[in-house]
Design a protein around this ligand. Structure first.
Ligand SMILES: [Zn+2]
Length: 423
């Protein structure tokens, strides 16, 4: 079954010609085809202009079963949201309201708020309750154009609950029509039981949690929050070395609150990505660049907790590959909407529209190692794309704060219109 979509005013391909990721100045190159057309089954089979498609059809060299007239809309690759925490229980809107009234972190913690509030709720929730709540968030993300999701554990901070969260992600992976990658984040924070002996919790992660995660093949990546007040460089190194021994790849929550050279650690450990990086030093940027570690920036978090934004321009000008993700989580950034992240990236991190699109598609897919099959519209890749109700990709940025995506296609299936795929 082959479908041709034609009369695409702006066909954004993010063509990479076999490259895994686009770095530095190459991020500007999004391979736009004006008045484009493409043919697909579950994979992309042909790409060109509408005139070329019509000529090939008249010569019977293209024989689509169905032709869709896009009527001058824009088509772009699906968004790969490579950093989320959408599996959790509870609700922290009361704490958010306290913060808006000027409450300090300590006052919020005393009132029972903060990450430990989510830990408490997640420990008592059933597997089914976790799946039900996350399913809703995942579908909101999909309706806003997300076709690949990374989801982390990290609200259990004990072996049983961390495993329960990872099993919830595995169940979501089975039922969602989008790509799902899983990250073990037992080192998200220290549980209250170990507040007096943090190294003992690191031992629990290394000796009990990681082996159990590896044994059941519950995660693709191991992540740790390496920052002031959280895991030290030494503790991070210990956890990552153990994870690598067990066959897991590395991601790092790095330099979000202050510069502790966690970006440098990410580079040295050969991490697939280092994420946040609000305070990344020049040494971190150069270590990540030489290791091919992707800088995953999360401007929604800087916005939501009123922090300075990560130095995206400096990273791109230094030739790094930058990805964009939501960091969707109940405390520091509660949004599933990648279009909002694009807006924050261009306005507050001064990325260009083209760089932001590359970062949210191909580079996001590279940050979860699936850019060989998705993240761009190219012959041979899976037919994963979005139809946006605008005549040019720049309208996605110009007209902000609303959902511009009218159709979401994954592996050649319209996942919004096909009720059998809907959660
Ligand atoms: Zn995070």
């Amino acid at each position: 079954m082959q479908t041709l979509i034609k009369n695409i005013s702006s066909l954004v391909t993010v063509r990479a010609d076999g490259a895994r990721v686009k770095a530095g100045a190459e991020m500007q190159n999004i391979g736009e085809i004006r008045n484009g057309a493409f043919l697909f089954s579950d994979k992309i089979e042909w790409i060109g202009t509408t005139q070329e498609a019509e000529k090939l059809i008249s010569e019977r060299k293209l024989l689509p079963d169905t032709i869709i007239d896009a009527g001058g809309k824009t088509v772009l690759p699906g968004f790969a949201d490579s950093h989320t925490h959408i599996v959790f229980a509870g609700n922290r809107s009361d704490e958010f309201a306290m913060r808006l009234r000027g409450a300090t972190y300590q006052e919020i913690a005393l009132a029972g708020g903060g990450i430990l509030a989510t830990v408490k709720a997640t420990r008592t929730a059933s597997l089914e309750q976790l799946v039900e709540k996350s399913r809703k968030l995942a579908w909101t993300a999909i309706r806003h154009g997300t076709t690949a999701l990374e989801i982390k554990s990290g609200y259990g901070l004990d072996t049983a609950t961390e495993l329960k969260m990872l099993r919830a992600i595995q169940l979501l992976k089975l039922e969602l029509p989008v790509y799902v990658k899983t990250t073990f984040l037992g080192a998200h924070d220290f549980p209250p039981e170990y507040s007096g002996n943090r190294d003992k919790y690191v031992d629990l992660i290394c000796n009990e949690m990681l082996p159990a995660v590896a044994e059941e093949h519950l995660a693709d990546y191991c992540d740790a929050f390496v920052d002031k007040g959280y895991f030290t460089i030494e503790q991070g190194k210990k956890i990552f070395n153990r994870a690598k021994e067990l066959g897991l790849k590395i991601k790092v929550h790095a330099d979000e609150l202050t510069n502790v050279s966690a970006g440098e650690l990410a580079g040295r450990m050969g991490a697939v990505s280092a994420d946040h990086l609000l305070f990344a030093s020049d040494a971190s940027i150069s270590a990540m660049k030489s290791a091919g570690t992707i800088a995953t920036l999360l401007p929604g978090t800087a916005y939501f907790i009123r922090m300075p934004y990560a130095p995206a321009r400096k990273m791109i000008e230094n030739g790094m590959a930058v990805a964009l993700a939501t960091d969707c989580n109940p405390g520091s950034c509660f949004t599933e909407n990648m279009q909002l992240i694009l807006s924050l990236a261009v306005i507050n991190m001064r990325m260009t529209a083209e760089e932001a699109l590359t970062a949210a598609t191909l580079n996001g897919a590279a940050a979860i190692e699936i850019s060989d099959k998705t993240g761009s519209i190219e012959v041979g890749k899976n037919a994963d794309f979005l139809i946006a109700d605008v005549s040019s990709y720049t309208d996605l940025f110009y007209h902000f704060g609303i959902n511009q995506i009218s159709e979401v296609w994954v592996r050649g299936e319209n996942v919004i219109l096909n009720p059998s795929l809907r959660g």
